[in-house]
Ligand binder design. Structure first.
Ligand SMILES: [Fe+2]
Length: 354
């Protein structure tokens, strides 16, 4: 943070407020080279945001139509899901896209055929292909042409992202959890998870993108399912250096990650995706692959870069064992940061119009 302070002329009041904000945000995070790098990035973002969007730092008033929470703890994630049915049915198209990606014999035409089944997906793919992100010489009018031009990987990631985000709808529950923030956070976590996995030399990196996109599905269900409880959690997490995870453990006895794991398992998604979502706040729960560890770190980095959910002033902790399991140096993380921010904003802009 010192470098930023020394090399730029900053407004002293805003600088002071931003430093205080960063300090509080990282209060549980400890100290390491990586944390120092992330704090610096976080400061830059918060300082800028305090200038362009100061309202985002004001405490939001409690929506008038939310009843006080009755204090009735659910017996566990299953119990919670049984009493609050808020999710749409299994997104079959997501599984179909994953199947095409996994099959080494799949062609661009196979992917285009799956995408063509869903008009929203077709629109997203064509919008991306015709966006400023690419400068193709002529207008791209068909899915198969778009897949050919974008490349199989880029097109499949975008298709998976579109389907995942379509699960998070704008509804009454989102008066506390702002849907735009959830979308941005999910895209950020997906993009960063995929970058970390690529940098760490893993194959099949699209699965990390999907895991990042869907990692907070349990959180969405909490907010949709019980607004009074969600408000209670939100208010607790807004006070005294508590993270949202702390609030959940205090009031629920389980967290949204466990809840999300149950949902994804019920949908018969691959085990690696269940493990990533279930373990994204406790990565040691994933004994097998690096999935939970990578999503955990990506979630933290996303929040540090300003793609947070706005439901807590504290990020939480970063798990040392997860960092060890991933095995990247701080320099490798630092190298990822500049590229991901542009990519996240571009993907958001495109998907937001769909
Ligand atoms: Fe989470």
């Amino acid at each position: 943070m010192q470098e930023v302070e020394q090399t730029t002329t900053l407004n002293p009041q805003i600088k002071e407020a931003a430093i205080k904000h960063v300090k509080n945000k990282f209060i549980q995070a400890g100290d390491s080279d990586l944390i120092r790098v992330l704090k610096k990035e976080s400061f830059k973002h918060i300082y800028k945001k305090m200038i362009v969007d100061p309202d985002d730092f004001m405490e939001r008033p409690r929506p008038a139509d939310i009843e006080p929470w009755g204090g009735q703890k659910p017996g566990g994630p299953r119990d919670f899901l049984k009493s609050k049915v808020v999710l749409p049915s299994l997104p079959q198209v997501l599984l179909e896209i994953q199947k095409v990606i996994k099959n080494p014999d799949s062609s661009a035409d196979d992917l285009a055929a799956v995408i063509n089944k869903d008009p929203k997906l077709v629109a997203a793919i064509l919008r991306l292909a015709n966006s400023a992100m690419f400068s193709f010489s002529s207008e791209v009018e068909t899915t198969s042409r778009a897949v050919a031009l974008l490349g199989f990987r880029q097109a499949s990631s975008l298709a998976l992202g579109t389907v995942s985000l379509s699960l998070f709808k704008r509804t009454a529950g989102t008066s506390i959890l702002q849907i735009e923030k959830l979308w941005k956070h999910s895209i950020a976590c997906g993009v960063i998870a995929q970058e970390i996995a690529t940098s760490a030399g893993h194959n099949d990196v699209e699965r990390f993108f999907v895991a990042g996109m869907l990692h907070d599905i349990g959180l969405y269900v909490v907010f949709e399912g019980d607004r009074s409880l969600a408000m209670e959690l939100y208010e607790y997490a807004s006070r005294d250096g508590h993270s949202f995870y702390d609030a959940e453990m205090e009031f629920l006895g389980f967290d949204h990650a466990t809840l999300g794991g149950v949902i994804i398992k019920d949908w018969s998604f691959p085990q690696s995706l269940v493990a990533a979502i279930d373990g994204h706040h406790n990565p040691a729960r994933d004994q097998n692959g690096p999935d939970a560890a990578i999503v955990h770190v990506a979630d933290f980095v996303a929040q540090a870069l300003g793609y947070d959910l706005g439901i807590s002033s504290v990020i939480g902790r970063i798990d040392d064992e997860a960092l060890e399991k991933i095995g990247l140096s701080t320099d490798r993380y630092a190298a990822i940061l500049p590229n991901v921010q542009k990519l996240i904003d571009e993907i958001f802009e495109i998907l937001n119009q769909t």
